[in-house]
Design a protein around this ligand. Structure first.
Ligand code: 13P
Ligand code: SF4
Length: 305
């Protein structure tokens, strides 16, 4: 079977079996082409709530499928490739954060949405990379413990100096590996290009950018900008998506290493097998954990609007 045949089979199975397919924007093109929705993890979870599909297949990493389940408990949520996990979401130790909460009495724990549902149960407010600034600014608490991304946390801390933000060491291994040397090399190769960087990159790299923002922020900026050339400082799939969406502009990867292997773990065959009920993993969540994890997402909605 070739890719086109496989895509057709998936499209038919979606209709027959009332399936909604969600694809994070870092997924391969052949997957985003057959998805009902493409976007960031929170946007996808919100769209899943509205979708009529009884089954939701998440093409992304585990915490994203968990977020869908937290918001859509009555739907059958399937992670298309069970081995796809986000190292940043899984690197924080819940016991350690509980201890820090006790030690830093009165501090609000703000969790990037890239955390497990289990860790979300002990967090006060959840944020996404696109909403973090707005939400942390709107929170009544001044003392904040920001987890798990030290780079996104540093960016927020620098933007909101009147808040007392404490950081915990953690982050995205894909974005954090980009170096200043690579930025200089890319700028030298493309002197007229604007540099757009995700705040998960180290502050020294972010400081060299013309624009710092979430994946959807970077995509919107590039599409609306009158500039014609861009160096993209986020996962390399975005270079391909933007190039196909804006053929009159030119997009270059900031680094050849900006590839998230977990995001790339999901294949079109995984999606087909999940649609056939022969693959993927259903997300089963204890109701107590779901409700506890949902609290910090509800707070994000309260502060973010
Ligand atoms: P956003 O899509 O929210 O920018 O997050 C980037 C990311 O690394 C997702 O795993
Ligand atoms: Fe996790 Fe980074 Fe991959 Fe996103 S890009 S899933 S934060 S490892």
């Amino acid at each position: 079977m070739n890719i086109k045949d496989m895509q057709e089979k998936i499209i038919n199975l979606k209709k027959e079996n009332d399936i909604c397919i969600l694809a994070h924007s870092y997924q391969r093109r052949e997957i985003t082409e057959i998805a009902d929705y493409t976007g960031d993890s929170y946007a996808l979870a919100k769209l899943a709530v509205k979708s009529s599909g009884k089954t939701v297949i998440m093409c992304g990493v585990r915490f994203m499928a968990e977020t869908v389940k937290i918001l859509s408990p009555d739907k059958k949520v399937i992670l298309a490739n069970p081995s796809a996990g986000c190292p940043m979401a899984e690197q924080m130790d819940k016991e350690l954060i509980c201890q820090m909460k006790e030690y830093k009495d009165g501090y609000a724990v703000v969790a990037y949405i890239n955390t497990t549902s289990n860790l979300k149960t002990i967090c006060d407010v959840c944020v996404t990379s696109s909403s973090a600034l707005k939400i942390v600014s709107a929170m009544p608490q001044k003392d904040i413990l920001f987890i798990p991304d030290i780079n996104l946390g540093t960016y927020i801390k620098n933007q909101i100096p009147d808040k007392n933000i404490k950081l915990v060491h953690g982050g995205c291994p894909t974005h954090a590996r980009v170096t200043v040397k690579e930025v200089n090399k890319a700028k030298q190769a493309h002197p007229d290009a604007l540099l757009l960087v995700h705040p998960e990159c180290v502050p020294e790299v972010a400081a060299m950018a013309d624009y710092i923002g979430s994946t959807s922020g970077i995509m919107d900026y590039a599409k609306k900008s009158s500039a014609r050339e861009f160096i993209i400082g986020t996962e390399n799939s975005i270079v391909e998506h933007l190039q196909l969406d804006c053929p009159e502009k030119r997009f270059y990867p900031l680094s050849k290493d900006l590839i998230c292997h977990n995001m790339k773990a999901t294949t079109l065959s995984d999606v087909l097998l999940s649609c056939e009920g022969q693959g993927g993993e259903e997300i089963i969540m204890d109701e107590e954990e779901r409700l506890a994890a949902k609290k910090c997402i509800d707070k994000m909605i309260e502060y973010g609007g």
